[in-house]
Design a binder for this molecule. Structure first.
Ligand code: FAD
Length: 317
């Protein structure tokens, strides 16, 4: 079922999760072990991230190096199918521009449609580790909006081949990313919001936000979106802080602020367990406030920490 339909039928705030495919070499059981306990909360959908391949240098026997392409977390589409099969819950694959030509994107979307997947979260993806800025594939998309347009065309029965202009229509509900603290490349918030509005005008059905640790950032973002004539649902994305290291890593990686109260509490902790306890309580408190504000969905980034998410959600429901 499409996310928009879930929202239409909802009697209150829904719950959803995002997971990462396991590192190559692990089995699907690691995903099931991760998700099994969380199913108690009857999530309406589960997002599965997509990870582009990276160039790495491998040492040959003679001591020289060769450049090879490695995808550390493959399997997004297969995991979506496995989730739908095991739990009868909608799975939402993330689709990224990076690493895909238009033709490969079309083929991937055809696979998703054949699998009965009704939703995609459309993203640009980050620059590869060896790139200073995002570079599209030859004949690939530069911005999320370009990929989004391709999905919209397929929803209208239009494929890349000129002669298929009345083909089988796909029925994807399309989500896009939004940044309460601005996307790090955008020169300012107004510019970022105007590109977000363009994605909505081009056919995005809803927005899922980057993580934030201060709910006011989300409330302000929703207000500014509405002022920019963006009226689709805005789903807040939530992540627990679970280690001291993240106090520096999360701002650097995701360009988000950690409120002073939270960073002080975490800094005081003497053990990892104490950090997790603070992170769980902060997440629960954020969730309670968002729930009281009537947000459409509480969307949790589980990022390998299902127990913390479990404890936080259990404490608010
Ligand atoms: P875009 O919407 O293309 O925006 C990128 C930047 O370009 C922004 O600064 C924007 O203001 C600007 N911009 C947009 N359109 C134009 C235009 N036409 N002209 C000029 N500038 C423009 N990454 C992954 O690799 N895999 C994932 O699974 C994944 N999942 C994510 C899920 C969520 C909910 C979020 C919030 C992010 C996720 N990301 C993922 C990270 C995301 O790919 C990066 O943040 C990426 O840098 C931007 O993606 P976007 O879709 O927001 O890009």
């Amino acid at each position: 079922m499409q996310v928009t339909q879930h929202l239409k039928e909802a009697k209150g705030t829904l719950i959803s999760f995002e997971i990462l495919p396991p590192l190559k070499g692990k089995t699907i059981q690691s995903i099931f072990d991760h998700l099994d306990p969380l199913m108690e909360f009857k999530p309406s959908f589960i997002n599965v991230t997509y990870h582009r391949s990276e160039h790495v240098y491998k040492k040959r026997a003679d001591g020289t190096f060769e450049k090879v392409e490695v995808r550390k977390r493959p399997g997004t589409v297969g995991i979506c199918a496995a989730i739908m099969n095991r739990y009868r819950v909608d799975a939402i694959p993330h689709m990224i521009c990076g690493g895909f030509s238009r033709q490969e994107t079309e083929d991937a979307l055809i696979d998703l449609a054949f699998l009965g997947i009704d939703n995609v979260l459309v993203l640009r993806g980050d620059a590869a580790k060896n790139e200073s800025s995002f570079e599209p594939e030859p004949n690939g998309h530069r911005y999320a909006i370009d990929l989004l347009r391709q999905v919209v065309h397929m929803n209208n029965g239009e494929y890349l081949e000129e002669d298929i202009r009345n083909g089988g229509r796909t029925g994807f509900c399309i989500g896009v990313a939004g940044y309460p603290e601005k996307h790090f490349e955008a020169p300012n918030m107004d510019s970022d919001l105007s590109y977000l509005k363009a994605k909505v005008d081009a056919g995005a059905d809803y927005i899922t936000t980057q993580m934030f640790f201060d709910n006011q950032k989300y409330f302000d973002f929703v207000k500014r979106c509405r002022e920019h004539d963006i009226h689709v649902p805005i789903i807040p994305g939530l992540k627990p802080l679970t280690s001291k290291k993240q106090l520096n890593v999360l701002p650097r990686t995701f360009h988000v602020d950690i409120p002073n109260d939270l960073s002080e509490e975490i800094t005081k902790c003497k053990t990892d367990a104490a950090v997790e306890q603070v992170g769980t309580e902060w997440l629960a408190q954020q969730s309670r406030e968002l729930l009281a504000a009537g947000v459409p969905v509480l969307h949790y980034y589980t990022l390998g920490k299902p127990q913390v998410i479990y404890d936080a959600v259990k404490s608010i429901l």
